[in-house]
Unconditional design. Structure first.
Length: 547
């Protein structure tokens, strides 16, 4: 990253922080208004929705021109008072173990605890159970007489959860099925988790009649239905023509291959998936019926549907170790005396030089940043070999192997910054191989393209180090997959320029590249170019004009 880019990033960050502070101020003031309305309420004739907004109290607070600190302090005071006022049922739900909770609460109510008693700010046991996702406790409290209206559980919610289709149809006009709050999920959400297909169908038909199928809550509930692994529950959404990214993402929770394939068959675009390892799950702990990591079959299904690694977001490219199965490599013993051998050696002396050492295997397995390894093992150099990279190409071979080329680690102003010129070959179920090259044979490269052509990979373009870019030219190299030697390809014609971050497509007579950025200046490339295999001449194909 250039210094000017860094300054721009800092300015944008400061602006974002200012906006965030202003949003936080407004939210805090709205919270305070609701707190004061709740605390001032006299009597027991209230519902959850009475305290969703407090316009009178909010107007009063605005007129006082209070500082952020003053508002925050008053919020904290109310929250402290509210904490002291919580009922024994609420405290048990918040702090007690879920196991056996329903039986304990039943006994407490039998001994006199009121299931409708509320705290100062109108928290209830029912709302607390819903917030924690304790459905068994929620059902028990309803059975014991808890008033759903005090927890955002409307009569329509009740009909959906405990009634039949006829009960729902009688009440469907009485409450917005898409209304949702923090502790009060929507009626549509209730239908999904209750797994009532007929009720869900009726609600969606009602929503469609009101022209509200594009509401975000519909997409959220679609994804929720996909996450249940119940294909019948997903059908009402599909029949309405709904396909959305969140529905595909929901298959990632358990790497549900069957659901993924069904959505693809119904027209879902698998290219929308840009993240294959959600932060909420651990791929190596989600196993299929045969005890194998489920992500393996899931990835194969995506690839069969035309998904490519380029669909990953820029900051998700480290996830390619799930494709290459590098994450399944055995953990290396980092305490061995020779473990760090080769850690700081990122260039080779021959074409190629194979060095596959324990240090490289561990870095491939973990995908961790160099700084993390440097904190684990002292006295490592600033620049070390790491598998955590941006701008690295990953190519799948016909025999199932994966070939990774180059890539960079860290930003240009960091002392750990390095651009690699190596090749890593992954064999599923086997051990990786790592090949190094002299920079005179193969310069460090990042944000290039790698195109499989027969028994070779053509490497085109790339960014490289600032002082080594040959403006006006286009770098082309060929990796021989028989011996993994790399050879420069001399080309001529109308060069695309020093191009990076572009796309490459294999054609009958050559490789066509399009899009991307041109140096110097990080300018957009608005043309496509074909490199003819027979002549090795670049030919400009087209230009895109901007209106």
């Amino acid at each position: 990253m250039d210094f000017s880019d860094l300054i721009g990033t800092i300015k944008n960050s400061i602006s974002d922080l200012i906006d965030l502070r202003e949003d936080s101020f407004k939210s805090k003031r709205e919270f305070l208004a609701r707190f004061e309305k709740s605390a001032a309420w006299d009597g027991d004739d209230w519902t959850f929705w009475d305290f969703i907004a407090a316009p009178k109290e909010l107007a009063e607070l605005k007129s006082q021109s209070l500082s952020y600190k003053a508002i925050a302090r008053r919020c904290d005071d109310w929250m402290a008072k509210n904490e002291r006022s919580k009922t024994s049922l609420i405290r048990e739900i918040e702090t007690g173990p879920h196991e056996g909770m329903a039986e304990r609460l039943r006994e407490m109510v039998n001994l006199g605890a009121d299931p409708n008693a509320a705290s100062l700010l109108k928290d209830t046991a029912l709302g607390t159970a819903r917030y924690h996702g304790y459905n068994d406790v929620f059902d028990l409290l309803i059975e014991l007489g808890a008033d759903g209206q005090k927890a955002g559980f409307s009569n329509l919610h009740h009909a959906v959860r405990y009634g039949c289709l006829l009960d729902v149809e009688r009440l469907i006009e009485t409450f917005d099925p898409l209304e949702t709050y923090i502790t009060a999920p929507s009626v549509l959400w209730e239908a999904v988790i209750s797994e009532k297909t007929d009720v869900l169908t009726a609600l969606l038909s009602h929503i469609e009649a009101e022209n509200r199928l594009d509401d975000e809550e519909v997409e959220t509930c679609f994804g929720l239905a996909v996450g249940t692994a119940n294909q019948e529950l997903v059908q009402p959404f599909i029949k309405l023509g709904l396909t959305c990214e969140i529905a595909l993402d929901s298959t990632l929770e358990k790497y549900d291959v069957s659901m993924l394939k069904m959505l693809i068959e119904q027209g879902a675009d698998v290219h929308q998936i840009s993240d294959v390892a959600l932060y909420t799950n651990k791929p190596w702990t989600i196993l299929d019926s045969e005890g194998e990591p489920a992500i393996r079959a899931y990835i194969n299904a995506m690839l069969d549907a035309g998904w490519v690694i380029d669909n990953l977001d820029d900051f998700e490219h480290e996830q390619v170790r799930y494709f290459t199965e590098a994450y399944l490599l055995p953990e290396q013993d980092v305490t061995l005396p020779n473990f760090t051998d080769g850690a700081g050696e990122v260039r080779g002396t021959s074409n190629p030089e194979e060095r596959t050492k324990p240090f490289y295997l561990e870095m491939l397995r973990t995908g961790e940043w160099s700084s993390l390894m440097q904190s684990r093992i002292k006295n490592l150099p600033d620049v070390i070999w790491t598998a955590h990279r941006f701008g690295q190409s990953t190519t799948r071979l016909e025999d199932g192997r994966w070939v990774q080329i180059g890539g960079e680690h860290e930003d240009g102003y960091m002392r750990e910054f390095v651009i690699f010129n190596d090749v890593v070959v992954h064999t599923p179920g086997g051990s990786p191989r790592v090949f190094f090259y002299p920079t005179s044979t193969f310069p460090p490269t990042d944000f290039h393209t790698a195109t499989l052509v027969g028994d070779s990979i053509w490497i085109i373009g790339g960014l490289g180090y600032a002082g080594e870019r040959q403006f006006g030219k286009t770098a082309v190299y060929r990796l021989d997959l028989n011996d993994f030697s790399i050879h420069k390809v001399e080309t001529s014609g109308e060069f695309p320029g020093w191009i990076n971050r572009h796309q490459a497509t294999l054609k009958k007579d050559g490789i066509c590249i399009s899009g991307g950025k041109i140096e110097p200046g990080y300018k957009d490339s608005n043309a496509s170019f074909l490199l003819n295999f027979d002549t090795l001449v670049w030919e400009k194909q087209s230009s895109r004009s901007h209106s």
